[in-house]
Design a protein around this ligand. Sequence first.
Ligand SMILES: NC(=O)c1ccc[n+]([C@@H]2O[C@H](COP(=O)([O-])OP(=O)(O)OC[C@H]3O[C@@H](n4cnc5c(N)ncnc54)[C@H](OP(=O)(O)O)[C@@H]3O)[C@@H](O)[C@H]2O)c1
Length: 300
Amino acid sequence: MRTESSDRSGRRAVTVLGLGSMGTALATALLDRGHPTTVWNRSADRARPLADRGARVAASAAEAVAASPLVIVCVLDDAAVHAVLDPIAGSLAGKALVNLTSGSPEHARETAGWAAAHGADYLDGAIMTTPPGVGSPDMMFLYSGSSTVLAEHRPALEALGDPLLLGSDPGLASLYDVALLGLMWSTMTGWLHGAALLGAEKTPAADFTPLAVRWLTAVAGFLTTYAPQVDAGRYPGDDATVDVQIAAIDHLLHAAAARGVDNALPELLKDAMERAAAAGHGSDSFASVIEVLRPPAAHG
Ligand SMILES: NC(=O)c1ccc[n+]([C@@H]2O[C@H](COP(=O)([O-])OP(=O)(O)OC[C@H]3O[C@@H](n4cnc5c(N)ncnc54)[C@H](OP(=O)(O)O)[C@@H]3O)[C@@H](O)[C@H]2O)c1
C-alpha cells in the first residue's frame, strides 16, 4: 500500500484501527472532511461500507499504521488495544498515536509509557458522545497527553468533534470521562425515577421531560455556585441546608413508595445527606455532602 501523509489540499492522512460502531463513525467523519483515511479491523468485512465511501482498506494492522502519520485506535477495551498494537509495536516509531478506546486512567498511563518506549507520540482520548454525534463540533472529545499530537493533527481531530486538551498527564481524559459518565448515569436515573413517578399517574415522559430539561439548567447553576465551596472546604448554608433537603427528600420517598416506584436511588441519596448531617453539616449547603464522598486524606 502506498504511503501518503496528506492529499493535495493538505489534509493529513489518518489511519483508524477498529471499525466497530464508534471506529466506523470516526472514519466516516474523517472521510467526510476529505482526509485520506486508511482503515483496518480484526473482522475484515466491517471495512466494506467504508471502502465504498473512499477509505483505503489495509490488509493488516501493520500496513494500516504504515499508511499515515496519525493512527487512531478505537477498539473494545485496553486488552484489545494491546492485542492489536503489541505485535506491531516496532512500526509505531515516529507516529502520532491517539487512543480513543475507553479505559481507566491507569490503563492510559500504562499505554502512554508503552507507546513512548516504542517511539510513538501518545495522546489519550475520551469520546463524549455516541456514534451519531461524531463529526459535530458541539460534541466534546477529551484529550490528555502529548500536546504536539493535537497541534500537528488538529484539523483531523476537529473533524471528529470539539477537541479539549486537559493536560499532559495521559490519565486525565479517562478520569474526566468516568466522572462525567457518573454524572450522566445519576442524572438519567433521576430523570427515569421522576418519569416512573409521573407515569404512575398517567403523565407521559414526554410531558415531564421539557420541565426536567429546564430544571437541569437551574441545577447547572447550583453546581457552578457549589464548585468553589467544594474547593475551599467551606459550605455556607445560605441557600438550602442539608437538613432542609433531608426533609424534602422524605416527600419524594413517600410519593414514590405510595405509587409502587422503586426507591433505591433516593434512599441512597438520603443516606449520603444523613451521613453529612451526622458529620456536622446539617446547617451547611448541599456541597458539604462531598465530605462523605471523598477519601479521608482529602478532608478539610
Ligand atoms: N459506542 C459508543 O457510544 C461509545 C461512546 C464513547 C466511547 N466508546 C468507546 O469506543 C470503543 C469502541 O466502542 P464501539 O461502540 O465501537 O464497540 P463495538 O461496536 O463493540 O466494536 C468493538 C471493536 O473492537 C474490536 N475488538 C474487540 N476485541 C478485539 C481484539 N481482541 N482484537 C482486535 N479487535 C478487537 C472489534 O473488532 P471485531 O469487529 O473484529 O469484533 C470492533 O472493531 C469502546 O472502548 C467504547 O467504550 C463508545
